[in-house]
Design a binder for this molecule. Sequence first.
Ligand code: TYM
Length: 344
Amino acid sequence: MSASVLNIDRSDRPRVLSGIQPTADSFQIGNYLGAIRRWVTLQDTHDAYYCVVDQHAITVDYDPAVLHRRTLVSFAQLIASGLDPQRSTIFVQSQVPEHSQLSWVLQCITGFGEAGRMTQFKDKSQREGADRSTVGLFTYPVLQAADILIYQANGVPVGEDQRQHLELTRDLAQRFNSRFGETFVVPEPLIVRETAKILDLADPGAKMSKSAPAGCLFLLDSPEVTRKKIKTAVTDSGREIAFDPVAKPGVSNLLALIAAFTQQTPQQVAQGLSGGGYGDLKAAALAAVLEFQEPFQARVNDLLSDPVALMDYMRMGADRARGAAQDTLRKVYERVGFVTLEGR
Ligand code: TYM
């Protein structure tokens, strides 16, 4: 890394923050296309903060040893995706305790009914069962709001499924500002329409998600597994390759996937494949995914083979993040009337 890159002052740039959960052995293609890929380009124009949200990952049933491993692998995947630990602040949420501290203050201005209306909470608590759902799952979106507001982020690059949580974040920022005085930047969601919702290969009516692994392409899947999942992807009746998400959701999803990896529009991909059959479409999808996966996996393995260097990156990110987070928390504590011991 050259010194000139290290010395760029990003303080006058708009800020972005986003996060990802370490709840699977690998990120999936939806995470990459819907969010992380945009995070990489935002490094050029923004003061960027990206975190592995391990505290969110403990809101549902989990195994500590597995969480530990997945957090390291997640961190490595972020760097392997093209995030640069020098240019961006890449860190692990639990290493910056100010998130939890702000979260408590925000919980105290969040309505019980308001939190209960979050659809992800309703879905997950239904899946877990009422007795097994935790209070942490209930307050999950408030911790997410704290992740964002503590950095005074102007924008939050995410997929479509995060929109409701960002609405809550904006509401909480505005509520706090009007009650205690201008404190937080009210952040905008940054959602790229074309890749906002990558669909499940086995069920193109649902979004691709790690909780349905059969139709989910993981970035760290072996070539054989990727081949099998694409081969068995659901297509639609008829034989024509056309981009029509309503009439042909399966075919359109594959076209969108190829388009995203090859810098084309789905219509251009369809045009290029016109005259071919669904077999050609799947071959093109496989080629596009493998072309990404192979070098990506090599980079992840490289990073994981040097745990000391990985921990150094982590420490650097956490130190930088804490500096920014402490500035906001100090202000918040003053505004809400806490007696602080500063200047003692
Ligand atoms: P998570 O870990 O579920 O997903 C990480 C990012 O990937 C996007 N994504 C998708 N985009 C398009 N198509 C898909 N099929 C798809 N699946 C996932 C998500 O929209 C997300 O942007 N609550 C967040 C984590 C979080 C966070 C934050 C995000 C915690 N704090 C602060 C932003 C800011 C989550 O569970 O993402």
